[in-house]
Design a protein around this ligand. Structure first.
Ligand SMILES: Cc1cc2nc3c(=O)[nH]c(=O)nc-3n(C[C@H](O)[C@H](O)[C@H](O)COP(=O)(O)OP(=O)(O)OC[C@H]3O[C@@H](n4cnc5c(N)ncnc54)[C@H](O)[C@@H]3O)c2cc1C
Length: 260
């Protein structure tokens, strides 16, 4: 995942030799489009990181109480001095269950972040707002802040702000990824369009479910990120064939000017 890759980048920059072991068939399979996964696999490979995908770890090996390496399910042995486990989290809903709150992949809320008991609200990583278009439990700083605003508005009797498009970033080496929207997990029917950015090496990936834009990922291309986020927020996006055309004036399209 992103955290594991960020650690891999930082340790590599600090002069360490790093092996990434990923159970899924590609890096970032749960959260990124295939072109973005491929980009990061190449970037880490170029930096000297050994990436092993589709491989689960079966044993953590110790010698005299100290970590010495890992064994993979296929029998491969990776010797190492340090192990970083970055395998995600599961919400701890024990307290919510004691309070008889509805639970389903987190504490269930409505769009105002109110739980099944009207005098209890839930926000952040542990809250599952099933009412929105996304119907997901999202773990990000922006999500926690946005849900806090909605809960505060509801508690104080003010208008609850409109739901924002989720966004996220990740810094690895000299690369900044910015993404807006959500890539539905395990959705292999998405259509991805890659667009070169103005900066050297920069590009963006626009993902569509049928004709609906669902996510924009920008690597070293902040302009595409801003334009993509605007498209997702307005519900007005270019068609895949337009985006695939390098000469298409995306900026004018988003500004709603006639496109040449
Ligand atoms: C290593 C790492 C890197 C990350 N990087 C990014 C990133 O680059 N971008 C991004 O958007 N997100 C990132 N995230 C995710 C982001 O940190 C979380 O989504 C965000 O902090 C969620 O906010 P929260 O308030 O729900 O939970 P938290 O920030 O975890 O705060 C919950 C607080 O509740 C306290 N608490 C727990 N139980 C109790 C209790 N029973 N009573 C009282 N207090 C309690 C905890 O001690 C904690 O202080 C990262 C997360 C990790 C772990």
């Amino acid at each position: 995942g992103y955290i594991g890759l960020e650690v891999a980048a930082s340790l590599t920059k600090a002069g360490k030799m790093v092996t990434v072991i990923e159970a899924a068939p590609r890096l970032l399979a749960r959260v990124a489009s295939p072109p973005v996964s491929a980009f990061f696999a190449t970037r880490h490979g170029d930096a000297g990181v050994d990436i092993i995908t589709g491989a689960a770890m079966s044993e953590i090996r110790h010698d005299n109480g100290g970590f010495v390496g890992a064994t993979l399910e296929d029998g491969r042995q990776i010797d190492a001095d340090m192990l970083v486990v970055g395998i995600g989290v599961a919400p701890n809903t024990d307290l919510a269950a004691q309070a008889d709150l509805a639970i389903a992949n987190g504490i269930v809320t409505d769009g105002t972040m109110r739980t099944s008991r009207p005098d209890i609200y839930a926000i952040g990583d542990g809250a599952f707002d099933g009412s929105g278009a996304y119907g997901l439990r999202i773990e990000s700083v922006h999500n926690a802040q946005e849900q806090a605003e909605r809960a505060a508005a509801s508690i104080t009797g003010n208008d609850v702000p409109r739901r924002q498009v989720p966004w996220f970033w990740s810094d690895q080496y000299d690369v900044k990824l910015q993404s807006a929207g959500v890539l539905p997990a395990n959705n292999t029917d998405l259509h991805h369009v890659q667009r070169a950015g103005r900066r050297e090496g920069g590009f963006s990936v626009w993902s569509f479910a049928d004709d609906d834009l669902v996510a924009v990922e920008a690597i070293g291309d902040p302009a595409a990120y801003v334009l993509g986020k605007t498209c997702l927020e307005s519900g007005r996006a270019p068609r895949p064939v337009q985006l695939a055309d390098a000469g298409f004036d995306l900026k004018s399209f988003v500004a709603d000017k006639p496109v040449a």
